[in-house]
Each structure stands twice: as structure tokens, then as C-alpha cells.
Write a protein that binds this ligand. Sequence first.
Ligand SMILES: *[C@@H]1O[C@H](CO)[C@@H](O)[C@H](O)[C@H]1NC(C)=O
Ligand SMILES: *[C@@H]1O[C@H](CO)[C@@H](O)[C@H](O)[C@H]1NC(C)=O
Ligand SMILES: *[C@@H]1O[C@H](CO)[C@@H](O)[C@H](O)[C@H]1NC(C)=O
Ligand SMILES: *[C@@H]1O[C@H](CO)[C@@H](O)[C@H](O)[C@H]1NC(C)=O
Ligand SMILES: *[C@@H]1O[C@H](CO)[C@@H](O)[C@H](O)[C@H]1NC(C)=O
Ligand SMILES: *[C@@H]1O[C@H](CO)[C@@H](O)[C@H](O)[C@H]1NC(C)=O
Length: 585
Amino acid sequence: MEILCKVFLVLLLFAVVAPELGCASHNVRIFAPSLSRLAASAASAASQPYRTSFHFQPPKNWMNDPNGPMFYNGYYHLFYQWNPYAAVWGNITWGHAVSTDMIHWDILELALVPDQWYDQYGCWSGSATFINGKPVLLYTGWSNVSFSRDNQVQMQAMAIAANYSDPLLREWTKLPQNPILTAPVGINSTKFRDPTTAWLGEDGKWRMIIGAKRKHRGVALLYRSSDFIQWEKAKHPLHTVALTGMWECPDFYPVPASASITGLDTSANGPHVKHVLKVSLDDTKHDYYTVGTYITSSDSFIASNANLDAGLGLRYDYGKYYASKTFFDSKKNRRILLGWVNESSSELADIAKDWSSLQAFPRIVWLDEEDNDRLLQWPIEEIEMLRKEKFSLKSSQIDKGATVKVEGVKSAQLDVLVDFELPQLNGAEEMVVNTNNAQQLCSVRGATRSGVLGPFGLLVLASEDLSEQTAVFFYIMSNGEGKWNALICNDQSRSTLAADTDKTPYGSFIPLSGMEKTLSLRVLVDHSIVETFAQGGKVCITSRVYPTKAIEDKAQLYLFNNGSVPVHLRELTAWDMETVHIGSI
Ligand SMILES: *[C@@H]1O[C@H](CO)[C@@H](O)[C@H](O)[C@H]1NC(C)=O
Ligand SMILES: *[C@@H]1O[C@H](CO)[C@@H](O)[C@H](O)[C@H]1NC(C)=O
Ligand SMILES: *[C@@H]1O[C@H](CO)[C@@H](O)[C@H](O)[C@H]1NC(C)=O
Ligand SMILES: *[C@@H]1O[C@H](CO)[C@@H](O)[C@H](O)[C@H]1NC(C)=O
Ligand SMILES: *[C@@H]1O[C@H](CO)[C@@H](O)[C@H](O)[C@H]1NC(C)=O
Ligand SMILES: *[C@@H]1O[C@H](CO)[C@@H](O)[C@H](O)[C@H]1NC(C)=O
């Protein structure tokens, strides 16, 4: 069997696929709960107010990281870390869902389950790579010391599809050569995980990185391979940054330097390409990205701006958003970003509702042409197919202290776009602004305080009496030296009357040149999630909220201004959104 598998893999690598030579006997399904059970629980969960209408979530139980996203043979595939037994983390498998549009998902059998000595306690995060057009999966197996060989805890393993002619790729086969990598000397084997999508170098060899740490230094270990099975550690990591702690779920990909929204295959490189390195900081649970240059001669990465190096500068999202991963969508030539959105409620609340976590709405990412150190993010265009009734408000003034209801909107599932005219910046209050104090300023200068140029913005998931509301607002500040920043906040401090949830407001700054005509917001509201895309996607903030009154058709939408200077609204457009049912096939 081992020889057959090796032959199969060699054939696979050279593009001749022989589906009759499966290795299925290595994949013993000791784990999969039956699909009928999944479907039955979906029905009971549907009546809950916090389940979402257009975000991916399994019918029940705990989910975390997105894994191995890809487009293959007409289908988008999403794998995800999932506990088949409970609404809390544990017993981690790879759930598997497919879609033709990343909106309507169907859940399939589990793709990977813990059934080997090297992944006995969980099949942890990993990625998909196309080898001659066929996807293979790399993931981290979690064993424990008493169970594993050589005291290894985290090891890298590989799986191939049992039948590449099946467009759904329902069945995955772990290689007999697994684990293909164990922790190298100098790296604690509990700090060695999350292999990336591999890319091809000019020498024809594959490269991938794995998250690790040395003392307090975050490390992206680099490995090279000719055959995808034998991997050799490069002498130097692709990149490291002192004092950033363990790097989880690294992601490394090219973007066009021309700031085009067109995405690139992960192996693309050349003079018109920049690279993005993203790391998920285990210490703070935030995803940081940095734009820079991939130097192929030394197989290393250099951040364009050292102050914005990985783990120090910019985040994909300033709210609940972690362990994200991108993939190149060859169907529409774009780079798609997926991310795990945790709950903000207590574990007891998660157990009571029998599920935990969402996937963020898929976003496209590309370089910001106004600031080449920054990425822009925007919901994929497919979302527009869900738009139903449209509400709009045009050209009106929002006075000091005003709260203006958007008449007719009674929905907890909305896509809202709003443009404010940029006010005269002269009067802006002077404030010390740095990358670390935005979130704090969102609390101390929150929606309820009166300022000068702000706070102004939206109240979403607001109850009729406004006792529940989630404010999404701007507040313009001067640094006293002729520079301005728009503080952008998601303020969930009044989002629910329930007590046991984390209501910390989140925020960041958008630097302003003063030449902008407008300040814009796009907010996706979906029952218990609020995703904000400010100023065309320069800053994103995702919140989890649990209103008790502002639910379903009791949820309303308002504009407000608590600054002393009136704000001019150019246009607000809001759509009520269709509900998407997650099925199983
Ligand atoms: C993991 O699975 C075992 C059954 O195999 C179960 O007893 C245990 O409670 C599960 N743990 C969690 C956290 O789901
Ligand atoms: C390994 O797993 C077994 C079974 O769950 C557990 O009893 C033991 O404590 C674990 N050992 C370590 C070192 O984590
Ligand atoms: C592989 O999948 C194709 C398409 O679904 C199917 O026709 C074929 O029978 C499958 N082969 C095996 C060996 O299962
Ligand atoms: C490796 O990390 C684990 C978990 O943090 C720790 O308990 C262990 O002592 C470390 N081992 C070494 C050799 O430092
Ligand atoms: C997820 O959210 C819970 C509840 O707010 C929190 O305790 C936990 O630390 C979070 N985990 C991550 C990885 O963000
Ligand atoms: C505006 O400020 C007033 C006074 O502090 C406060 O009562 C009101 O709730 C604020 N409006 C919003 C939308 O936060």
C-alpha cells in the first residue's frame, strides 16, 4: 500500500492522475457524525436570534480557523477547524463546505479527522497548494508527548484527494510518509504549526513557511522541496521580528505593485510585484500584515516600512478577527481573504446556544494606491445578489446632537453604504494619536461624548428606544502639526442589555491628507456580527454583538452626530439582505 501511495503521489506531481489508485485505507473515519444529524440540528438552530443569515457557520458546535480555501473545478472549497462534539474548542477536525459563489454553502463529510498517531489529538490548521492543477493539503497534526515519537507535539502532514475527478473532493487521504516534518532543533515542538500554501521559486523548488517562535521572537521558518514530500529547512527563516511572540497561521502572497485589484497566483513574482506577510499573534490574538519585498536571491522578506513590520503595524481588522488566510481565486482573478470571527459572549452562552464562531464575509484584498504600505479590503461582489429592498437618504444635514432614523429599515441583516462630506478640518480637536491608543480613544471619546468634528456615523442594530445600539463612527482629530486623522470606531458598549459579553469598543486611525472629498463607511450587519469597512476598506473592524431588543424586525438604523459642527450626508443606501440557507449534499 505504501508503495502504491508513493507511485500515486509521483503520478500526481507529474499531472497524470490515476484515480483508481486510492490510499483510502489510511483514512479511517472514526469520527464523522452523520449528515442527517447535522441537518436536523440546523433546523433547531435556525430560530436563534444570533445565527447569521449570510455568513458561513456550521449548524452547530465550535468552529475556528478557515483552512485550505481554494477554487477547484467549478467549486470554492472552505475547510474549517471544527469540533464535532461541542460548542467549545477541542477534538479538532477539518470541516468541509463547497460553494459556487462563496455565498451559498453546502457542508460535506469531514475532510480530515484525528485518526493517526501524529494527529491523534487534532488536525490543526493548514493550506491548499495546487501541484500541476491538483490541490493537496498541508496541515499540522497535534499529538501528545506520551503518544508521539521523539517527543514531538506538532508535526506537519499532507493529504491528497482520493479522487481528483470528483469536483467536490469529498474524500481526502493522508500520506503514508506522514509526518513529513517535525520541529527542527532549536524550536519547541509545541511552537511549530500552520503550513502555508507553497509557492514555486525560479529554481523549480517549492517553498512554504511554518509559524514558530524562538524565545520571544516570532519566526516564519522557511522550507524547500523538489517533490513536496521531502522538505529541507532553509538556513535562515523567511522573516522574524523580535518580541512579537508565537506567529500562528502565517500567510505570504504577492500583490500587483500597481495597486490593481487583480490578484496573483501565490507563485507569481517579478519587478511589478510586492509581497504581503501576515502573521497571527498568539499573544494578542490579532492578525498583522506588512507589505514588502520578497528577495529571491536570499529567500527573505523585507518590510517596506520597518515601523510597520509584521506584528508591529497594520492589522487586517481592528475587532474580532483572527487566523485569517488568503487564496488566489482563479475564477475571477482576485485574492480572497477569509478570517475566523470568534464570539464575544461567555463560554456558557456558547454552550447554551450550541454553537460558537463565524467566518467573516469573504473580502478581496489589494494594494492601496494612495499608500503603498497599506492594503484595501472589500466584501466580494457576490454579496450584491442578496440585496432586496433598498432604502436611501440623500443630501441632508445632521445637526449637533441629532439622531436621524432611516425610515422603513426594520432588519437585522443589512448592507449599508454611507458617504459624509469631509468637514472643514480647521476646528479639529488636538489629540495625541499613535497606533496603540485608537481603541482606548474609542472608549474615552465614545459616541456618547460631545466633540467638535465628531463623533458622527451610524447606529446599527438599534432598538426603538435606543437602549440598545452599536455605534460605528468617525471622529476627526488633529495632531497639532497640520496633520489629521479620522478615528474610526465600532462601539458595542451599548450593543446589548445582556451582561456577560465583552463590549470593549474597537478602533483605528485613518490618516487624512485634507484633500479627501468624503469619509465613507460600508457596514455589513448580520444579527450578531457588524463588519465595518471604512474609507474604501483602508480600515476594517468586526464586532460581535448580542442585542436582546434590537433583534429581527425590531432592529433599526440611525445616523447621528454628537460633534458641535453639523455634518453633511451626501448619500446613504441600505439594503435588506436575503437569508441564505447552509445546506448539505
Ligand atoms: C472530545 O471527544 C471525546 C470523545 O472522543 C469527548 O469525550 C470529549 O468530551 C471531547 N472534548 C471536547 C472538548 O469536545
Ligand atoms: C496525552 O493524552 C492523554 C490522553 O488524553 C492524557 O491523559 C495525557 O495527560 C496527555 N499527555 C500530555 C503530556 O499532554
Ligand atoms: C471519481 O469521481 C468521478 C466523478 O464524480 C466518478 O465518476 C468516479 O466513479 C470516481 N472514481 C472513484 C474511483 O470513485
Ligand atoms: C516547550 O513549550 C511548552 C509549552 O509552552 C513548555 O511547557 C516546555 O517547557 C517547552 N519546552 C522546552 C524544552 O522549552
Ligand atoms: C474568543 O472569545 C472569547 C470570549 O470573548 C475569549 O475569551 C477568547 O480569548 C477569544 N479567543 C480568541 C482566540 O480570540
Ligand atoms: C450624544 O451625546 C449625548 C450626550 O452625552 C448622549 O446622551 C447621546 O446618547 C449621544 N448620542 C449617541 C448616538 O451616542
